[in-house]
Design a protein around this ligand. Structure first.
Ligand SMILES: O=C(CO)COP(=O)(O)O
Length: 422
């Protein structure tokens, strides 16, 4: 977490420290702040800044800050020293100054240098990385070290790891609240979707470092590759080129890839964690083969613009973005991620002609397309729709089962700014 600033002032410099902090609130609020005991309390009383207060300097506070510097957590130390007074804990002060020099951490011991550091921090980029350590099949510790090695020389990186108790969405909301210049998510599609849900409509650019099983969103945007995917993703983020793409909401949850009921949902439900670990993305395909001859039909009802149509279906997918490999979403070819439309693909039980006739009533608000190569598959595009099924069907949303039908899905055009290759 090399995104911490340490604040320390000797007694006759404390007023100076308080007014320095108040002058630079917008910059300082973007960082995690730590301070020695009395300094921290003075700053807290004079501002709304969140600050971690350590022991008073005299009781080892400087030594605690030195330990954070050694742990590479600190991006700058502002230490307003009293040059006219000898402190009883001089050895601790010397140790702190020494480790800053050893670790090459910017260190201000007077106000003029503190101002120069504040100006430099105001011009630097703070990135919050939301990292899911249990995504995919790689070695999470090695992956995180590589990401830090690649990104930290260029931006102030604050790393937040997801745990069973702390969701990626919660971490993303905290990052937004601390005015992050960019948010980077590293994990599988579920983690990317949760973070994107918090980031959508904020205009904070989103970097994606895919480390999941399928990485479908990164694939759909062309920002992943087989060889060195982490290195490639970091290079794309550092290059700074962004693209604005759509997102969607499904029953109030974020949707960046697709919602599926019937075949797609049953397939995901079958590809359990053990299978995914063993087979990687093959797990989805294998589960699909098993599902194919067991798929039962259901009565579906689709509502678009208050017009409702009923038919028998085996699978329905509603895609915001989808890689070319996601066959069921690609009714007529490429799903376009920035057209403001959802791509709905319906595998019906009837002949395609009958299905098109059934759905013709929707033509006013939805565009119906068909692909001659695939029988019984109808494709349409719309901004929003409702789907219900009888019997109720499992629903998969961006790779995770979220419950059962009914569904209400709405496109949120131009909701996400994502770092991309071109
Ligand atoms: O003595 C200090 C640093 O050496 C400052 O400590 P306090 O912030 O607790 O006064």
């Amino acid at each position: 977490m090399a995104c911490t600033i340490a604040l320390i002032a000797h007694d006759r410099q404390k007023d100076e420290m308080v007014s320095f902090v108040n002058r630079h609130l917008p910059v300082l609020s973007r960082y995690r702040l730590i301070a020695t005991g009395t300094t921290g309390k003075r700053i807290q009383a004079a501002s709304d800044l969140e600050i971690k207060i350590l022991e008073p300097g005299m009781l080892g506070g400087d030594a605690q800050i030195a330990a954070e510097v050694v742990a590479k957590n600190v991006v700058a130390v502002i230490f307003l020293i009293d040059p006219l007074y000898a402190q009883p804990h001089e050895p601790d002060i010397e140790a702190l100054l020494r480790v800053c020099n050893l670790q090459n951490v910017p260190l201000a011991t007077n106000l003029a240098t503190a101002e120069a550091i504040a100006e430099s921090l105001a011009n630097s980029v703070t990135a919050h990385l939301i990292f899911n350590p249990v995504s995919g099949q790689g070695n999470a510790e090695q992956d995180l070290n590589l990401i830090r090695e690649l990104l930290e020389p260029h931006l102030h990186l604050e790393v937040h790891q997801t745990t069973p108790d702390i969701s990626p969405e919660e971490l993303a909301k905290n990052a937004i609240a601390s005015a992050a210049d960019m948010i980077i998510v590293s994990g599988g599609d579920g983690t990317v979707s949760a973070v994107a849900g918090a980031v959508m409509e904020t205009s904070i650019p989103l970097g994606i470092i895919p480390r999941g099983t399928a990485n479908a969103f990164a694939m759909a945007l062309g920002i992943t590759q087989q060889i060195n995917p982490i290195r490639r993703a970091c290079e794309i983020i550092l290059a700074g080129k962004t693209r604005v793409v759509d997102a969607a909401r499904c029953n109030g949850s974020p949707l960046i890839l697709l919602a599926g009921i019937g075949f797609e949902a049953e397939t995901v439900a079958r590809a359990d964690r053990e299978a995914k670990n063993r087979w990687g993305s093959l797990a989805y395909i294998m589960a699909g083969w098993q599902q194919l001859d067991q798929q039962i039909l259901f009565d579906a009802e689709i509502e678009i613009d208050r017009s409702t149509q009923k038919f028998q279906a085996g699978a329905i997918t509603v895609a915001n973005a989808a890689p070319l490999t996601s066959i069921l979403a690609q009714g007529t070819g490429k799903v376009v991620a920035d057209d403001g439309l959802l791509d709905v693909t319906i595998a019906t039980a009837e002949t395609k002609l009958q299905a098109v006739v059934t759905l013709l009533g929707m033509l006013e608000s939805a565009l119906i397309k068909t692909n001659n190569e695939i029988n019984n598959v109808v494709h349409l595009q719309t901004k929003k729709l409702k789907i219900s099924a009888n019997p109720p069907q499992k629903v998969v949303l961006d790779g995770e089962i979220i419950g059962t039908t009914p569904l209400e899905i709405e496109s949120v055009p131009q909701a996400l700014t994502v770092f991309v290759l071109e």
